[in-house]
Ligand binder design. Structure first.
Ligand code: 8X3
Length: 240
């Protein structure tokens, strides 16, 4: 049975990935900060709950050593400072990069040791269209762009090891990420979509697809949008 480690597992895309991979027969360790939600998820899916903050290197090392993942899903992400640089709290900028960039790099480093020893592994990172295209947020976009380059260059570093690197870049997903009540973002044009956004399980299905490809096939980068979302255009500011 393949072992998967999923971060950001208590809500949204991460929770949907845990549900999907558990149903598909993977042994799943679910990492998140909210213990009650993790316990609920464990009783629903049979996953192993592992409470912790992804920026806590010591705790993450323990979890990786315990779970020995064949598959690492770097899903945990945070929308701090997503509303704009000028209004962002200094600590929010630091936390955004810590969660969205540094933590996936650290976790990947930790997981690679066992994967290399076993000669097989799969790192899946949930990026964003904000990492591929110019969108509203400088800080959030920079973090997701870092994940894009991280994934591309890691593939280069690991060629010849049998380890696959997949990056999935969703557009708008209906999840708590956009819920101002969770404290991630202030209410603005990133609030819940007024159109049919992607559902977390749509992204989980793509993860399952990438994992189920034959070992010689690496689904490298997938960009996925709601049908009613398009990217492009030029913004012109007028200074009086
Ligand atoms: C954020 C994607 O489309 O909501 O990851 O700006 S979008």
């Amino acid at each position: 049975m393949k072992r998967a480690l999923v971060t950001g597992a208590t809500a949204g895309i991460g929770k949907a990935i845990v549900e999907r991979l558990s149903a598909d027969g993977y042994s799943v360790t679910a990492v998140g900060r909210r213990k009650e939600r993790l316990d609920d998820l464990a009783s629903q899916t049979g996953c192993v709950p592992a409470q912790g903050d992804v920026t806590d290197v010591t705790r993450m090392q323990d979890i990786v050593e315990q779970s020995q993942p064949d598959i690492l899903i770097n899903n945990a992400g945070i929308g701090l400072a997503i509303s704009g640089l000028e209004t962002a709290e200094p600590n929010d900028i630091a936390r955004a990069f810590a969660v969205n960039v540094t933590a996936p790099a650290q976790l990947t480093r930790m997981a690679l040791t066992g994967m290399k020893a076993r000669g097989t592994g799969h790192i899946v990172s949930i990026g964003s269209i904000a990492g591929l295209h110019t969108l509203v947020s400088s800080v959030y976009g920079a973090g997701k762009a870092a994940i894009h380059r991280f994934s591309q260059n890691l593939r280069f570093e690991l060629v010849g090891t049998g380890i696959r690197i997949t990056e999935i870049c969703p557009g708008r997903v209906e999840s708590e990420f956009y819920d101002a009540r969770t404290g991630n973002i202030e209410p603005n044009n990133l609030e819940h979509a007024s159109f049919k956004a992607l559902e977390p399980r749509d992204v989980a299905d793509i993860v399952a697809f990438a994992l189920s490809a034959p070992p010689h096939v690496n689904i490298a980068t997938i960009e996925v949008l709601p049908t009613e979302q398009a990217i492009g255009g030029v913004k012109i500011g007028t200074k009086p």
